[in-house]
Write a protein that binds this ligand. Structure first.
Ligand code: P1T
Length: 385
């Protein structure tokens, strides 16, 4: 079956008790047993819940994978993968990544004696050079947040040995535009809060894999640590995921239009969008993705004050964290999503106070461009000061 059919049908069997066509929200924490240990496969909702199970089957199918565990957030999903490691293990990580992932690695897990080396993953040789005998995990985000760098997943997969896991955070591309498992990754992590849920109304995460042993380890920690989504959130993510293909196509068409609009303005300094021919990894993106996604980052000419004024000036683009919903958002990563990375470190990586990030929604493109044009024109005097 093809993508949209899987998105709409996988895991979505009619309810066995009532025939309800849509999977019900099983809002229960527990299940009545007919005798001690005798039940219908459900004993306690941290361990298993039918609504969550339906979501997990659907999400596994989106990546044509065998296994999925759903989590209460993208961070809980990330933490569950890292739970597979032991003290003393080493991780190689990209140096441009979501600030919350950096915070989890640098301020929580490093206290458990896990070691992290950050490298520019657009250079596979830098990844190769960072590998150590104790390296157990290579953590890739691509496209990266917020600079939209593209990491060549297959090239990195070729570097690793059997004892090393390659995990790709596929949140920005979504399973519609990128299939990391087919490129050699061992597992995929999602924040389902973003494109998969798609409506900015639920927080969630997922780990997807074909590796039965890894799947069992993640499932064990899902239950043992307990970062599970409630039935209603699982249901919201599941409902959103059914329209992922339609939405991703619309996000991409709008993002492409906006990237081109911005690139054509004299008062815009640089535009980061993997779909632009000028993007340094455009060829890799073309090869490993089926589309370039809905995220666009850019910097304006002029002083920092203009960037701040502009960010507060758009009307359709709400100034807000997060991404991947139908509505457009604008953010200042250095002050918002990446604020937990120390300033010096952040700026070394290119996440300056002048970087703006758009999550381009699926409104009418002309309205979105009008909104940006109005805000740019209103702040243009700053640019020439
Ligand atoms: O917010 P949560 O569902 O826990 O997901 C964390 C996460 C993981 N991976 C990537 C690539 C992400 O972008 C995120 C969350 N990011 C934002 C909230 C943001 O605005 O960038």
């Amino acid at each position: 079956m093809r993508f949209s059919t899987r998105a709409i049908h996988a895991g979505q069997e009619a309810d066995p008790t009532t025939g309800a066509t849509i999977v019900p929200i099983y809002q229960t924490s527990t299940y009545t047993q007919s005798a001690v240990g005798e039940h219908k496969g459900f004993d306690y909702s941290r361990t298993v819940n039918p609504t969550r199970t339906a979501l997990e089957k659907q999400l596994a199918a989106l990546d044509e994978a065998a296994f999925c565990s759903a989590f209460a957030s993208g961070m809980a999903a990330t933490a569950a993968v890292l739970n597979a490691l032991s003290a003393g293990d080493h991780v190689v990580v990209g140096d441009d990544l979501y600030g919350g992932t950096y915070r989890l690695f640098s301020r929580v897990l490093s206290r458990y004696d896990l070691r992290f080396t950050y490298v520019d993953m657009t250079l596979p040789e830098a990844v190769g050079a960072a590998l150590e005998p104790r390296t157990k995990l290579i953590w890739v985000e691509t496209p990266t947040n917020p600079l939209l760098k593209i990491v060549d997943i297959a090239a990195i997969a070729n570097l690793k040995d059997a004892g090393q896991l390659l995990v790709v955070d596929n949140t920005f591309a979504s399973p519609y535009f990128q299939s990391p498992l087919a490129l050699g990754a061992d597992a995929i992590v999602y924040s389902t809060t973003k494109y998969i849920g798609g409506h900015s109304d639920a927080v969630g995460g997922a780990v997807v894999t074909n590796d039965a042993k890894l799947a069992e380890t993640v499932r064990f920690h899902q239950n043992a640590v307990g970062g599970v989504p409630g039935p209603f959130d699982a249901w919201l993510v599941m409902r959103g995921a059914k329209t992922l293909a339609l939405r991703m196509r619309a996000h991409e068409a709008n993002a492409r239009g906006i990237a081109e609009f911005l690139a054509g303005r004299d008062d815009v300094e640089s535009v980061f969008y993997p779909g632009l021919r000028s993007h340094p990894q455009h060829e890799i993106a073309k090869r490993q993705m089926r589309g370039f996604g809905g995220m666009v980052s850019f910097t304006l000419r002029g002083p920092e004050a203009r960037t701040f004024a502009f960010a507060g000036r758009t009307r359709l683009f709400s100034l807000a964290e997060s991404l991947g919903g139908v509505e457009s958002l604008i953010s200042l990563p250095a002050r918002m999503t990446h604020g937990s990375i120390p300033k010096e470190e952040r700026e070394r990586r290119g996440v300056t106070d002048r970087l703006l990030r758009l999550s381009v929604g699926i409104e009418d493109l002309e309205d979105l461009i009008d909104d940006l044009r109005t805000a740019l024109d209103a702040t243009v005097e700053h640019a020439h000061r």
